[in-house]
Design a protein. Structure first.
Length: 117
């Protein structure tokens, strides 16, 4: 079992930055991928970015965050980060960290990101 725990959300103005953290407790050695998703009010959950747990050079981003968000990880701390720059009001959502061996089996509780205009 792995339990992702997110932190770092908050309120920021348009154009600002935030860094989200996802700490994976438990059997992190079993993971293959960690990703970030988000869900805005009234919308479906959508993919944001992912990183390979063993191959940290393997990153992938949704088009709407490419060039603004960066996913990275610190293996020593079993933590994945999402650096979010040039934030826009449409980035407002609850951000979830998900992790897994074959898919995204484990999900965190989410952290709220609000971007004011």
């Amino acid at each position: 079992q792995v339990q992702p725990v997110e932190s770092g959300g908050g309120l920021v103005q348009t154009g600002g930055s935030l860094r989200l953290s996802c700490a994976a407790s438990g059997r992190a050695v079993s993971l293959n991928v960690v990703g970030w998703f988000r869900q805005a009010p009234g919308a479906e959950r959508e993919f944001v970015a992912r990183i390979g747990w063993r191959d940290y050079s393997s990153t992938y981003y949704a088009d709407y965050v490419k060039g603004r968000f960066t996913i990275s990880r610190d293996n020593a701390r079993n933590t994945v980060f999402l650096q979010m720059n040039s934030l826009k009001p449409e980035d407002t959502a609850v951000y979830y960290c998900a992790a897994g061996a074959t898919s995204y089996e484990y999900w965190g509780q989410g952290t709220q990101v609000t971007v004011s205009s």
